[in-house]
Design a protein around this ligand. Structure first.
Ligand code: CMC
Length: 432
């Protein structure tokens, strides 16, 4: 018999269905609560709210577990690459050889950007935030692909494949264009023969008179960084993509909104903030204790960046993988970055401190990702745009779940109104 929970308010009982996910996560379905009782569930910040059922990513924050479509992140990090993991995240299964080839080809074919789009970029001051430019360019995509600016791909899955490839491939091209625009360098066209990461490095670092040939270690490190960002369940930006998508907005528009959400320093912007923190510890010859002491003040603006997570109460498995990779990548590339030693020291100091231990605050993915990105030549102000390239598959997969759910409803949370009660309009002459 199906399990139910029961809520008692005064003397009345309200039965509520109980749900269970495939990994045993339990929930009480409160969808009928307001209609039956007049009460809504209050959950500021949605920390205890399941906003959807999803088949994409499983995350157990208490035990530091992260799986995409059932595959553990450490296995993917060791054996897969970014494009294959992107396919898995978007389509639900690892691709066979033909599917992998076709997906790669679609990404390659859709890497180039319409020349008019350069003008959008050139409308920005070169000092503009790369995330603002990226979101603007992505939000312009429907204008160039009007036939794909729909949320209805159910009868035309090939068009969805094309929209997904355009989003994933062009976000990468946009990031390289933004970098070169800010540096005053000419844009480099993508090369069809190059794999995804090598092509990105080419668009970033080649010159019209000299090709940049990525060392295999560099392309591999980039693959790892992007793969580790591929999806992360209902985080702030992915939930934003789902919310915008639920209004029947198209894929590109929804992703553009997600990129805006990602820019905040508590979310994707943390990878820049971590490096700024490590750099200032280095420049001041500090041992990091100043940042730890400030973080313990409880003020939101002084948090230890790269530490803590809304869901993990244990090590972020991505931080472990990326932390371990730092040593080997820097070694292979012969890079000696003093910020790595500072980060390790800071991590050890925080993990011994009762403030962090008692609150179960551990390093997250952003703590070490910047060190690898710096080692492969990505400038710090571009770090969050790199996160966006990596997260694109997650945005696409989540948007698809929303758009292709025939029972989906527009996302529309309720609130508890605590403002003034009803009052009469006061004409200007009678206001104090
Ligand atoms: N430094 C100091 N104190 C912290 C930190 C931190 N980094 N993170 C959380 N706390 C405190 C928080 O103030 C609260 O204290 P108290 O119980 O005294 O009120 C307690 O720890 C529990 O906080 P929480 O409920 O676990 O945190 P949250 O869900 O509100 O916020 C977070 C999650 C990621 C925004 C937060 O940990 C943070 O601001 N971290 C620093 C920014 C960062 O690294 N963000 C990247 C997140 S991972 C990648 C991504 O998703 O983008």
């Amino acid at each position: 018999m199906a399990k139910t929970a029961s809520l008692k308010i005064d003397d009345k009982e309200y039965p509520l269905p109980v749900m269970e996910g495939t990994e045993g996560e339990k929930a009480i379905d409160t969808r009928t609560l307001r209609a039956s009782s007049g009460y809504i569930a209050y959950d500021q910040g949605y920390g205890n709210t399941g906003s959807c059922e999803s088949k994409i990513t499983y995350l157990d924050g208490d035990n530091g577990v992260l799986c995409h479509r059932g595959y553990p992140i450490d296995q993917l990090a060791q054996q897969s690459d970014f494009v294959e993991t992107a396919y898995l995240v978007i389509y639900g299964e690892l691709p066979n050889a033909t599917q992998r080839k076709e997906f790669g080809l679609l990404l390659r074919k859709n890497a180039a950007v319409e020349t008019q789009m350069q003008k959008i970029l050139e409308g920005f001051p070169t000092s503009a935030s790369p995330m603002a430019m990226l979101s603007a360019l992505v939000s312009a995509l429907p204008a160039y692909h009007a036939e794909l600016a729909t949320n209805n791909f159910e009868k035309d899955l090939q068009s969805f494949d094309l929209a997904a490839a355009i989003a994933m491939s062009k976000i990468r091209t946009f990031v390289a264009m933004i970098y070169r625009y800010q540096k005053g360098l000419p844009f480099m066209f993508p090369k069809q023969e190059l794999p995804f990461c090598d092509n990105f490095l080419h668009m970033m670092f080649s010159e019209p008179y000299k090709d940049y040939l990525a060392m295999p270690e560099v392309a591999k490190a980039l693959n790892l960084v992007l793969l580790l960002h591929a999806d992360h369940e209902q985080n702030c930006s992915t939930s934003t993509v789902r919310m915008v998508g639920s209004s029947a907005a198209n894929l590109f528009t929804s992703i553009s909104a997600g990129i805006c959400a990602l820019s905040g320093p508590l979310h994707g912007g943390a990878n820049v903030a971590v490096m700024q923190m490590l750099q200032s510890i280095h420049d001041e010859g500090d041992d990091g204790s100043r940042f730890i002491a400030a973080a313990k003040s409880g003020s939101k603006s002084n948090r230890l960046m790269g530490f803590g997570h809304a869901v993990y109460r244990n090590f972020d498995p991505r931080a472990r993988i990326i932390g371990d990779a730092c040593d080997s990548v820097l070694n292979k590339l012969g890079v000696d970055d003093p910020l790595l030693a500072i980060a390790k020291h800071l991590e050890q100091a925080a993990l011994k401190d009762d403030y962090f231990v008692s609150r179960k605050l551990y390093p997250n993915v952003d703590f070490y990702s910047g060190i690898i990105m710096r080692a492969i030549g990505i400038p710090m102000n571009m770090f969050t745009t790199m996160f966006a390239i990596g997260r694109a598959p997650g945005y696409i997969a989540n948007w698809r779940e929303v758009a292709m759910n025939p029972k989906g409803r527009i996302y529309r949370p309720r609130q508890i109104y605590v403002g003034p009660t009803k009052r009469d309009y006061i004409p200007m002459g009678k206001r104090g």
